[in-house]
Design a protein around this ligand. Structure first.
Ligand SMILES: Cc1ncc(COP(=O)(O)O)c(C=O)c1O
Length: 420
């Protein structure tokens, strides 16, 4: 599963020298390993053993059409968060019955689109949304399957922006109200109640957090049934954390302590599956990051070295408009040179070219000494990378390429000035 590795001090993606990719396609550049995407899909699926289930890939993590086709080809379903994502998922070959629609602010036209295409279920976040789906389903002469998103008031840990199941967050309906809402939903003529759904947040690395959520959901399903409400489907959401720190190790690289050893989405799934199975429900999950994060890197080129007093700035040609995670969430991405020359290490800020002090890829980071023209890989950038890119400062979004063995092909062209 480790598709990025050094061979003779040169960083390869699968069998491709990433310096060649940079030369061929320019920088900044998103590179993805095809083998990594496929492996991560298979790894998660294997964790279920022979338990019948559904895995809905969370399209928001990376919606590149080619990657979506790969994931659809592995038999996974898709969880979409907008009409645009629904369109991409359908075009990539996900069957409508393998698509769920999540999100706190679905528009009427997006709901109608989903109904017309006969998607599997809407994960509903409020009673008002439920009323609207019922009305629109009536108008479309169809019935909408729904799962009620419950807010478990469990702290997912990590950055506040990616914690979604505390009572002060906008997501879901307080679990204490689930029985009343589901009983009422059952009386709506155009609604078919499937069950309940929860999504705790993202980049969760603590097994116990998932276990507490699984326990709470299992208890809730039992209580709902005891009060006469039928619950057939239980969707556990996504959020399975990945290793960002210390992803690559090499004697010439500064060592980084990984978040947790042996952590994987598959092991987290295995940890909660026995609990969820106790309900006898159809189980589903919605992993995003854990499928694509490790597959991608962002390659940037050093534009300038700049020393100001004690500080050393390494100014690179990719910034927060290309990868906003460090600025937005203070996320850690390991940064490594594509060629290791055995240079001494120094502590630097790796910053982008934009007019913001918040435009950085790493702060106070030990790095082998680099000079103008050197190429760096920002590791584990396959999830919430390109999808969160922008045209700020009228900068062009980078190209995306897919590596398969020793060759690479463009899967999204670099933007042109005319497209601005
Ligand atoms: C409803 C829902 N499901 C699944 C996901 C995917 O989460 P992750 O990429 O952490 O697996 C998200 C992301 O925030 C989400 O909002």
């Amino acid at each position: 599963m480790h598709e990025y590795h050094y061979e003779a001090c040169v960083l390869l993606c699968e069998e491709m020298d990433l310096r060649d990719a940079a030369q061929q396609f320019g920088t900044p550049l998103y590179v993805y390993s095809k083998g990594s995407v496929l492996d991560h899909c298979r790894h998660i699926e294997q964790a279920f053993g022979d338990t019948s289930h559904a895995t809905y890939y969370a399209v928001k993590a990376n919606s590149n059409r080619t990657l979506l086709k790969l994931i659809a080809g592995e038999g996974l379903g898709a969880d979409v968060g907008s009409g645009g994502e629904l369109t991409l998922a359908l075009q990539a070959g996900f069957r409508p019955r393998s698509i769920t629609f999540s999100g706190v602010g679905k528009r009427d036209d997006e709901i109608a689109f989903g109904l017309r295409r006969g998607i599997n279920a809407f994960n509903v976040e409020s009673t008002e949304e439920l009323e609207i789906i019922n009305a629109l389903a009536g108008r479309e002469r169809s019935r909408a399957r729904i799962l009620l998103r419950v807010n478990l008031d469990i702290d997912a840990g990590g950055h506040a922006y990616v914690s979604t199941s505390l009572k002060q967050n906008k997501f879901g309906i307080p679990w204490q109200q689930a029985a009343d809402v589901l009983r009422w939903a059952g009386t709506l003529p155009n609604i078919e109640v499937g069950g309940i759904h929860s999504h705790l947040g993202s980049q969760i690395t603590v097994e116990d957090t998932f276990r507490r959520a699984a326990q709470a959901l299992t208890r809730l399903v039992m209580d709902l049934r005891a009060s006469g409400i039928s619950v057939n489907d239980l969707d556990f959401g996504g959020g399975f954390g990945v290793q960002y720190r210390g992803y690559l190790r090499h004697p010439h690289l500064p060592p980084e302590e990984p978040e947790e050893l042996n952590l994987s989405a598959a092991s987290l799934v295995k940890a909660v599956l026995p609990l969820l199975k106790e309900t006898g429900c159809r189980i589903s999950i919605q992993p995003g990051r854990s499928i694509v994060a490790h597959a991608g890197v962002l390659i940037v080129k050093v534009a300038f070295r700049k020393e100001a007093g004690e500080k050393v700035f390494v100014v690179v040609d990719g910034g927060m408009n290309d990868l906003i995670r460090p600025s937005l969430y203070h996320s850690h991405h390991q940064i490594v040179p594509l060629l290791l020359r055995g240079d001494p290490h120094e502590t630097v800020d790796v910053v982008g070219p934009l007019c913001e002090s918040g435009d950085f890829l790493a702060l106070d980071r030990p790095l082998p000494r680099v000079v103008r023209g050197d190429l760096l890989a920002v590791m584990c950038a396959g999830a919430y990378g390109f999808v969160l890119s922008s045209n700020y400062n009228a900068r062009l979004r980078p190209a995306e390429v897919l590596v398969d063995g020793s060759s690479a092909s463009v899967i999204r062209e670099r933007e042109t000035v005319e497209q601005l």
